[in-house]
Design a protein around this ligand. Sequence first.
Ligand code: BDR
Ligand code: CA
Length: 314
Amino acid sequence: IHKVIFDTDPGVDDAMALLFLHHAPEIELVGITTTFGNGTIAQTTFNALYLVERFGMNVPVAQGAGKPLVGEPMDPPDFVHGVNALGDISLPGELTTAADPRPAHRFIIDTVRAAPHEITLVAVGRMTNLALALREDPEIAGLVKQVIIMGGAFGIAGVQGNVTPAAEANIIGDPEAADEICAAAWPITFVGLDVTQKTHMPTDYLSELADLGGESGRFIWDVSRFYEAFHQAGGVPSIYVHDSSAVAYLLRPDLFETRTGAIRVSTTGITRGMTIQKPDTLAFPPGAWDDRPSHRACVSVDAAGLRELYRATI
Ligand code: BDR
Ligand code: CA
């Protein structure tokens, strides 16, 4: 059993990943922490509470930071996830479920300390909450089982970014936080665009989920209409599988190949938000990657295997 805190900015693909976690028998979801990103922090927290309520998940939701460590948040990408960040499906005006009183980073610290070496952090939004948790209690780095991040890109598939040519959304949304968390000696795996853009969910696949996946399958269909249209308008025939790939890595790491090495995030200039790994197998003169722990970056994925895992789970 994997005990998971899901740090998320729901978000169409975040919602799809949450249902993946919810239905996977090997997962015990112990908390959801929210980040700004696909919507404002108020919107993504509302969406997380809505999903918990709608799907009867008995899981606390703790609201996270509303802005990055430095500066102000970028505008939410309405054109990707819709104005309400859930593909503009209709949402209730009010919810009965309330958020946990603690801020997300405090919730993370308390939960990790209560179950040392048992908690996996699956982070699929900005890295702000993780950075704040580490600043307040650096020892948690040695107490977390593993950290799996959907974010970044390492140029392996010829791609470095989706917001700029250099940067992926979750990283450029708070590059200082992303660089900080890579300095900590907790085991991180980056599931970046190199693999998430290699896995697609075509319309007929999603329609099969709608037919066979009960309430969750029908919801995935509804919530993905806007997101699919965005992909198609950009010349991508079917949706990329971003956040669910991080969940898939937890369940089936054998579906991925990884490379190890220290990771840094650029915080300046035209490369702001770029993730760069120094592979352990290569030697370089002394530099900014030295004295940094080695982390994993996914370099390839069995896309058909991942799709089948998601389908079977839903
Ligand atoms: C990431 O950015 C967000 O829009 C998605 O939810 C995903 O986490 C992809 O770059
Ligand atoms: Ca996300």
